[in-house]
Write a protein that binds this ligand. Sequence first.
Ligand code: ZN
Ligand code: MN
Length: 481
Amino acid sequence: MSMVMIGLEIHAQITALNSKLFCSCRGNYRDLRPNSNICEICCGLPGSLPIINQKAIEYSTMTSIALGCKVPDKIMFYRKNYFYPDLPKNFQITQYNVYGISSIGIEGKYELDDAKQIRISRIQLEEDPGRIVYSEGGMNVRNTALIDYNRAGVALIEIVTEPDFTGPKEVRQFLNKLSLTLEHLGVCDTLLEGSVRCDVNVSMNGGNKVEIKNINSFKEVEKAINYEITRQSSVYNRNLNIELETRHWDDKKKITFKARSKEEEHDYRYFPEPDIPVIVLGSDFVSNLKQRMPELPNQRFERFILKYKLSEHTSNILINDKKLADFFESTLKLHFSPTEIANILVTDFKSLIEDDTESTDYLKNLKVKPEHIAELAKLIEGNKISRITAKDILVKIFESGKLPSEVVNSSNSYKIADEKTIMDAVQSVFDTEKSAVEDAKKNREAINFLLGKVMKFTNGRADPKIAMRLINSKLSAPEKQ
Ligand code: ZN
Ligand code: MN
């Protein structure tokens, strides 16, 4: 078995911000006409001066705290110089850890589910470059490319881990947890296109480190790593050296390919950004922020178990989808019945939305609101409808947006509690299922079969408790001669 070491460099946009990191252009550049969200600052015109976005410092500090990092008293910014068309200034304002002043977070630790610790080397605040739009065929068939600077200057949080991962599964778990954390902090809507990107370095058997750049979604990371491990294994098995190199991920062909070496030869000539002074955060800043920190996923998980008495399993399903967990808690505000409502949400509700969870607003666009689920739970608890019927009603609510009571009224699907009606159903099942009846007299487990038939006969509407009682009494009654 070969030893794999994987490290990550993640870039997450602070999508919560209204403006860019150093100017007042919009933070949300999506869906805007190309090059319409730019100004002299983010384009680096002579004489323009950057002004740091205070909220960006708060959000990146919260992220550092959540990832177990130390936050220093002072931070400063650096110019990272390189010439590339996506960078209008020819340098990126970023952070750099030298001369005793560090970036917004250092030396963190983040725990995976099995308590394995992943070390975080640093977290820094920096600006996003613009976007190069390549012509058809991808970046290695480039005759023409277009450039859009709307994104240039958007606030990014860069998170760098030590090479502590031993396989793609750990990486996936880490990225899922990280996404949840960023969502709970309100820092980043990770479902937005391009809001989270990842570079991965992979080395095997102590060999050279290969960096894979430009993986534009967390989902592709696992594929890129798997591809790279296979590629490196085959090189290794042929007794060849794995070259120290940078590769790109082609998300159409699902392969990594060697980057042109010239374009990766950088000497960044970092130097302190002269237009932004050293920023003194102070110890109060961090302690105040800690008090205002939103609840983190782990804390929320514990609270769901303690306060709502949910099982770990149910709590986990809810927490792993922040929007669903929010929906759950909004429903509780209308009707406090945690177990029933959680049950509806993690089973029938979730199976109905499963296909849409990839889109950011899938719950916002849904016709079903917390009001609907609250009412549905009340109908079940009030013994007005059976759980079987509840599922059908939920499907109808999803389609129409009508309230459950309306659907129940119009479709006549109230639970049947009338003994006479249920007895009629039991009688006709006994008439048609003679051998099952004989069976059930000897083998009590066969009763469930009869109950199932009665439920089916009444379209799931019979009160199962009453039906069960009637079946039992009929089975034990002396047979009429
Ligand atoms: Zn601007
Ligand atoms: Mn970076």
